[in-house]
Design a protein around this ligand. Sequence first.
Ligand SMILES: Nc1nc2c(ncn2[C@@H]2O[C@H](COP(=O)(O)OP(=O)(O)OP(=O)(O)O)[C@@H](O)[C@H]2O)c(=O)[nH]1
Ligand SMILES: [Mg+2]
Length: 293
Amino acid sequence: MTDSQHKTGYAAIIGKPNAGKSTLMNRILGAKISITTHKAQTTRHQVVGIFSDEETQIVFLDTPGVITPKYELQNAMMKTVERARSDADVILFIFDPTDTYPTDEVIELLQSINKPVILVVNKVDAIDPVAAKQKTAPIQERMRFRSAHFVSATRGDGIEELMADIRSLLLPGPPLYPKEDLSEHPIRFFVSELIREQIYLQFHEEIPYSCTVDVISYEENEEMDRINAEIIVNRKSQKGMLIGKGGSAIKDLGIKSRESIELFLDKKVFLELHVKVREKWREKENWVRNLGY
Ligand SMILES: Nc1nc2c(ncn2[C@@H]2O[C@H](COP(=O)(O)OP(=O)(O)OP(=O)(O)O)[C@@H](O)[C@H]2O)c(=O)[nH]1
Ligand SMILES: [Mg+2]
């Protein structure tokens, strides 16, 4: 095949928190590139996932859920959405018909974009098809979409049709990444994300939202990689909760995180976790930036 027949493009995945954006990207790639949890605001960065086959390469940009920013971290998260929006050739608007709260903010954002937007109604496994259509109709009245797809990111329904549609919108061009690449982030990024995912899964209330994870050192070895990571919290009391009685909580977190990193890397790792307090890091622009947001 010559390069002139090959199609390449960027597809940004945009929607409200918890709509299933990251789950959809992972499903398309067949790999866990972006962390997913049942809690809203799991994704904080723009996460790149690369889909390749013989004729196409689609660079997916997973983004944080669209919200009105209340502190500096959320501000940084929304800049990520902006960036994805401007880089994209195609926008996938992920809509969750089981969500009972309004979608106005996302619609307003999408209305300001002069690019093809595909409406992706997700979670069709969790709602009656008639109800799903009813919930979607008002959105289709407010905005013109290129097309609409009803999918289940967890079960895989409708994904092939969606992919064919995205392909049809791409322009001819050579691949931008080697065909075997699934992402462009360094290993450290995935490691910190996988630890953060475990924090979301194991802790409640404000704890997940108050933490960030910084990989201090990563030593690659043939047998076993050695990783030293710091969990940064907002307040001293949160440090105590993360560590738990006699260190039980952090120990458990360490085990689960290690297992998940080993699964991802397909390699044994030694993981050392520490908790550090940085008062109100989320509110301070320099810290948010220093921590890679
Ligand atoms: N039933 C059902 N649940 C789904 C589907 N897709 C995603 N979910 C669930 O929805 C929750 C949120 O999924 P995520 O992929 O983390 O959502 P997100 O849009 O990336 O969320 P943020 O990163 O917080 O903006 C998880 O519990 C998923 O398992 C689906 O097709 N069906
Ligand atoms: Mg996400």
